[in-house]
Design a protein around this ligand. Structure first.
Ligand code: ZN
Length: 169
């Protein structure tokens, strides 16, 4: 796993001046360090993690979003979902894997996966601000645990997008 810390600091857990400055400035958060350590501890068992670039982590009460580099999402979702389950067990949260640098549509697709998105449009409010309306297709059969409130909060934190979420049959 790679990230904004040098590999020595990442592996040793002791931060050099340069890496310490990134933590102090908030470029890398305590939560990022915690998730980085978990990812690192899983590398031996799941070698595909070695090539993952970890950007940042964001958490709400029950949900954790992990933002990784372009093309890295499948590396984390592989192994039959075992990596995501391991991170979930470690943190006690429902884990969402998101890709850095994608457009809004791709971001929302990853955020709400495995539900599929029917429509995305922008709503202009009287005060000049906007909301993004997402209409999700209801799934037949068993429902994955999707916490809409938590995902709306993640969308604000990660992308500064205010969501209005609706379901269609
Ligand atoms: Zn360092």
């Amino acid at each position: 796993m790679k990230m904004g810390l040098c590999s020595f600091c990442l592996k040793s857990g002791i931060l050099c001046q340069k890496c310490l400055a990134k933590v102090k400035s908030g470029e890398i958060s305590e939560l990022d360090l915690k998730i980085a350590r978990i990812l690192l501890s899983l590398e031996e068992k799941y070698p595909s993690l070695q090539n993952v670039y970890f950007h940042r982590a964001f958490e709400t009460d029950g949900t954790m979003a992990i933002v990784v580099g372009p093309g890295d999402v499948p590396r984390l979702l592989g192994y039959g979902g075992k990596i995501v389950r391991a991170i979930g067990d470690e943190t006690g949260k429902n884990i969402r894997i998101l890709e850095h640098g994608v457009d809004d549509r791709k971001f929302l697709e990853d955020l709400f996966a495995p539900l599929s998105i029917m429509t995305i449009n922008t709503i202009w409010l009287p005060d000049g601000s906007t909301e993004t309306r997402v209409i999700l297709r209801r799934r037949r059969g068993s429902h994955p645990s999707i916490d809409v409130k938590a995902l709306k909060e993640i969308a604000i934190r990660v992308r500064n997008i205010t969501l209005r979420v609706e379901f269609a049959d």
